[in-house]
Design a protein around this ligand. Sequence first.
Ligand code: AMP
Length: 222
Amino acid sequence: MNDSQLHNYILLGPPGSGKSTQANLLKSKYHLTHIDIGSELRHLAESGTDLGKVINEIINVKKELVPDGLIGQVVEHILTHTSAEQSILIDGAPRRVSQIDEVEGALASRGRTIDKVLFLDLSEEVAVKRISTRWLCQECKAPYIGTKEDIAHMGTCSVCGGSIGQRKDDTPEGVAKRYTVFMEETRPVIEYYETEGKLVRVDAMLAPDEVYAYIEKNIGSV
Ligand code: AMP
């Protein structure tokens, strides 16, 4: 990838496929603005506002997708604060066919088009297994990987001293439900971008550095 050019990437994958890890690697090497839709929604869910309560119910209790209109608003809001020369990585949208126009429309209104859609492909079995070892500081959100025993042994967050816990939707049932939603709602989006010739399908079973190397090699042709 030529990092002096403007690029617009989409990153999709089921829970546990390593989207955040790859987003952080790409972000630091290519200075991309990382638009993390799930994180923006969790932030809103914790806000205590009426809208936040509705979002909390959808993402943490029902483990479903939030209504489409909101996704366009989140992308719009972040693009408003992003320089026109800045390359971006949208992590987690469009996640439904009906969001394709919404996301592409928000990009098009700023003269942007999607270059590549990176799809991290992972089986449900591995997704559930991986998520059971995913933890984060409840205060500063620093990530941790380990068994329940490892985390108990560690005690508190080494960055800020906060308590370490799991995301509310990271229970085994929560991951299974989100995986089903991914297969039903997001698979057709993946298929759409495949027919558009924009899809980069990556085997997310590989180690993070191998996944990253594959992505770099395959976005190089943009
Ligand atoms: P993630 O951090 O990507 O796992 O997303 C966490 C949750 O946020 C998902 O399980 C959905 O409930 C919600 N979410 C994230 N992205 C979208 C989207 N594009 N459309 C609707 N809901 C979303």
